[in-house]
Ligand binder design. Structure first.
Ligand SMILES: C[S@@+](CC[C@H](N)C(=O)[O-])C[C@H]1O[C@@H](n2cnc3c(N)ncnc32)[C@H](O)[C@@H]1O
Length: 205
């Protein structure tokens, strides 16, 4: 996970964030070199090395579009001359969430929750719609490999999903490629497991 701490100041919060993502990194971003120096010292004192220190103005963040998992700003927006432009910049650098990508390509990640409403709109009486929740849970090495590889294949360069994502331009190709690599890596990890809830309905006329 890559976290951008905008207006990190002395970096005390950034260091807490960095400690939460030992395999990820925090970009400490601030307009003030004095603040960044203080942040470097806090990281050194706490023995944390998963950080970068970048000086700049939040109105023009020198970071590529769609490259950040989480943007954090604490006690910063109140100080900004153009808060809207700044929040637009924070939004620009964020990666597109999976749910947004699914919606843009015509899928509905919340459909499980909406199934009852859909059935009723189609004419089923509410008492004729029995709702339940099923779950998937992949924990064995074989199941984890199968699931990880099948998701990666669906996102791979020659896949139908990839073509749809490219058409609507919701996620850059590099981000899709990074996703494919991450899923393939995950699928070989002994620590990996996956669970998801599925909304289900049985309707009678
Ligand atoms: C009150 S401090 C907050 C520090 C830290 N986030 C915290 O809560 O401890 C605000 C910080 O925002 C930075 N800042 C103000 N305007 C900025 C801008 N336009 N771009 C980047 N940083 C800015 C300041 O240099 C300062 O370090």
């Amino acid at each position: 996970m890559t976290i951008l701490d905008v207006g990190c100041g002395p970096g005390t919060i950034s260091a807490d964030l960095a400690a939460l993502v030992p395999q990820g990194r925090v970009i400490c971003f601030d307009a003030s070199e004095t603040a960044l120096q203080a942040a470097r010292e806090v990281f050194a004192e706490r023995g944390l090395s998963n950080a970068e220190f970048v000086r700049g103005n939040v109105e023009e963040i020198p970071i590529p579009t769609g490259s950040i998992d989480l943007v954090h700003a604490h006690q910063v927006v109140i100080h900004l001359i153009d808060p809207l432009r700044s929040v637009k910049e924070m939004r620009r650098v964020l990666k597109t969430a999976l749910a947004e990508t699914m919606r843009a390509t015509g899928s509905d990640p919340d459909m499980g929750a909406r199934l009852k409403a859909l059935a009723m709109r189609a004419g089923f009486e509410p008492d004729k719609v029995v709702c339940s929740v099923g779950s998937w849970c992949f924990t064995t090495e074989d199941d984890v490999r199968w699931w990880g590889e099948s998701v990666a294949d669906r996102m791979a360069e020659d896949s139908e999903l990839r073509q749809r994502v490219a058409e609507v331009g919701v996620m850059p190709a590099e981000e899709m490629d990074a996703g494919v690599r991450a899923w393939r890596k995950w699928s070989t990890s002994k620590e990996a497991w996956f669970g998801v809830m599925n909304g289900e309905i049985i309707c009678t006329k």
